[in-house]
Design a binder for this molecule. Sequence first.
Ligand SMILES: [Zn+2]
Length: 292
Amino acid sequence: MAALERRYPPAWAEEWDRVGLVLGEPAAEVRRVACVVDVVPETVAEALAAGADMIVAHHPLLLRGVSSVAPTTYKGRIVHQLIKADVALYVAHTNADVADPGVSDALAARFGLTGLRPLRAPAPGSPAAGAGRGIGRIGELPRPMTLAELTRHAAAVLPATAWGVRAAGDPGRMVRTLAVSGGSGDAFLGAASAAGVDAYLTADLRHHPAGEHLAAGGPALLDAAHWATERPWLDDLAAALRAELGVETTVSDLDTDPWTLHAPAATAPVTAPAADPDPAPAADDKEPRREG
Ligand SMILES: [Zn+2]
């Protein structure tokens, strides 16, 4: 816990967040740590089968108040399973998001981004304030690519999910500077626009915020599966625990995204960008912006 709290101080978490030790005896010996994004029956079963003594998770199991952890409830069952098996549960969530290196550094590394800087720095004077820290990362791609190419590339470099990657914006738009933010990134659309990046990759984007962002001339958007944007961090977490403590680690590759199926439309959709009859953009028209 002390090693985790040096790397991801709990004070760096958002006020609404719930991080740190969820259950487990602080004095118990830990030899093997299971790293997971979500604490669900499937990842718990995996951790127990692997003989883990501790689970370190990204998402809080108990974010909101509960009045019971009875084993007849979904989460209570997990609490009972872990306590009976003497397996501790520890959460590093928004405190791991803002850390440097943090969750979005691992995501940025999948794209080979260089010259990394935070997408949204912590407020000056807040506990997390400090050079390099903040939510999301902005960096340069190793080579410019069109939005269409980047979308296929993202699907190839991110962990596989049924959701895959969908994108919004002109498919021919050239992308050099990319912002990435692991998890739900709606709230940072304005920060991505203000930063002047060519594209922003995150998860859980919605119809109205995404549409209005594009209509206002904002960066192209890539919407990946929530789990796929945070899974890369587990490798960093596990490597840090091994290096600092010499513990054994396992990393869960179980896709815990709720979406299990995806079917492309049977016929090509009628969309504004596809209506362009000339697929070859003029040299001075590399970054078309759709106004209003
Ligand atoms: Zn998340």
